[in-house]
Design a binder for this molecule. Structure first.
Ligand SMILES: Nc1ncnc2c1ncn2[C@@H]1O[C@H](COP(=O)(O)OP(=O)(O)OP(=O)(O)O)[C@@H](O)[C@H]1O
Ligand SMILES: [Mg+2]
Length: 426
């Protein structure tokens, strides 16, 4: 680099410095407020942490620990608590522990999970390839490396319900059998309480030797959690109590979700720091919530496949031209019109029903099935959130750039027919 360039670097204001320097309110590492940070204190999870520690405690004396299943709604602290507990256990046994964390949303087949476990056990041997080995070689290799490692192995299968959904009970049975024959345990984590009933009996009894429940947090507990999380990071007084209370209340409303409360507070703090204001208020939290919800909505629409976008657009436009309560037939007609206008071959009605189910799973639409006397059962569909926003996010896709919407039809015929059977004010 030449002298002139160095000189310019020295005199030029670094635009990032103002975010960190220009305030006295940040006293610690802001990363501690990110959702991936594992804190070392978990208020209101003492019972769960103690129960897990008690079960895993037998490892310390050379024994075998039972397999455990952790249940609880999203944001109830399952993943972070178990990582915290296994970190402490590893410390207590001076590193003589293989703690292998696997998210089954990413590794969702028996093969990919077994390969991942093999490659996570460090016995000074080369990694095995992710594809192409026969199953018996994989089992052999896993058992051999588990024995050779001479450490206790804990396999954490997070979002284990996704594995069963994708690959069935058998995928788990093999894992459990291998584990039963070696110095290891499995910890399954799920937020779907009914998941255990879908397992076959032999898997159920092996996996669910012990279970620990993570109940939803209430607003008072969330307030404590938030206060713990900002302690030593943000100066007292910079965040108004009303802002903390609101973050706690909004998290409590959302099935007691600590992640939501922490995210809202972090986004609010971040924007107040950027705007160089001197206090985080409840208003900032409301703004954070709007921003947060808009981002989630935008992101989930942006990543939809093209036909799902067309279906969602059809729901929005049909709902807009007609009424709050739109039925599948109307949506399909308008989807076909949109699809032809954009130059795509429309999919069948059956495929569209599947896509509507997917949109419902993503929380983009809600459906309500009602009986309409001799018209049978009918599904009413509406979009979640503002139609205007949803439309504008779909239109960001260049495939929609020439969309006019001139062929959208309003179906009143059907509507008049079930007037006499159905009072459609909710
Ligand atoms: N008691 C607590 N004290 C401090 N932070 C907590 C507590 N409980 C949860 N958190 C934090 O809330 C966020 C969500 O927790 P976590 O990821 O463990 O939830 P989860 O139950 O695994 O949720 P999901 O089912 O969605 O995976 C994390 O950032 C975590 O650190
Ligand atoms: Mg989790």
């Amino acid at each position: 680099m030449g002298y002139i360039a160095i000189y310019y670097l020295m005199i030029m204001d670094n635009p990032f410095l103002k975010y960190s320097k220009n305030n006295d309110y940040v006293i610690g590492d802001l990363k501690k407020l990110s959702s991936s940070y594992i804190p070392d204190t978990f208020p209101h999870r003492e019972n769960q942490i103690n129960s897990i520690a008690k079960i895993l405690g037998s490892i310390i004396n050379g024994g075998i620990a039972s397999n455990i299943l952790l249940y609880g709604k999203s944001g109830s602290g399952k993943t972070s608590s178990i990582i915290h507990v296994t970190n402490m256990l590893s410390e207590a046994v001076s590193g003589k522990l293989n703690s292998i964390y696997i998210n089954c949303q990413i590794y969702d087949s028996q093969y990919s999970i077994l390969v991942y476990i093999i490659n996570s056990i460090n016995v000074g041997e080369p990694q095995i390839p992710a594809l192409g080995l026969p199953m018996d070689r994989i089992y052999f290799e896993l058992i051999r490396r588990l024995k050779k490692s001479n450490k206790y192995t804990i396999i954490i299968l997070d979002e284990i319900d996704k594995l069963i959904q994708k690959s069935g009970s058998d995928a788990l049975y093999v894992n459990l059998k291998i584990v039963a024959d070696s110095n290891s345990s499995i910890i399954g984590i799920t937020n779907e309480a009914s998941f255990i009933n879908r397992l076959d009996a032999r898997v159920q009894s092996r996996l669910n030797q012990e279970s620990v429940i993570f109940p939803p947090y209430n607003a008072i507990e969330l307030k404590d959690i938030l206060n713990f999380r900002i302690d030593g990071v943000i100066k007292r007084g910079f965040i108004d109590d009303s802002a903390i209370n609101l973050c706690a209340a909004l998290g409590a409303q959302e099935h007691g979700d600590a992640r939501k409360s922490i995210d809202l507070l972090r986004i609010a703090i971040d924007s107040v720091l950027r705007e160089q204001k001197n206090k985080v208020t409840a208003d900032d939290v409301f703004h954070a919530r709007d921003k947060f919800e808009m981002n989630i909505l935008k992101e989930s629409i942006k990543t939809l496949p093209i036909h799902s976008k067309m279906v969602l657009l059809s729901v929005s436009l049909t709902q807009e031209t007609d009424t709050e309560l739109t039925v599948t037939g109307e949506i399909y007609e308008n989807y076909k019109n949109i699809s032809l206008e954009l130059g795509f071959q429309p999919l069948t009605m059956r495929r569209i029903s599947d896509l509507l189910n997917d949109l419902e799973d993503l929380g983009l639409i809600s459906t309500n099935t009602r009986s309409l006397g001799r018209y049978g059962r009918t599904k009413f569909i509406k979009v979640m959130g503002s139609i205007e926003n949803i439309k504008s996010y779909i239109m960001e896709d260049s495939e929609f750039s020439n969309f006019q919407g001139s062929k959208i039809v309003k179906q009143t015929k059907l509507r008049t027919n079930f007037d006499e059977y159905f009072d459609y004010k909710e």
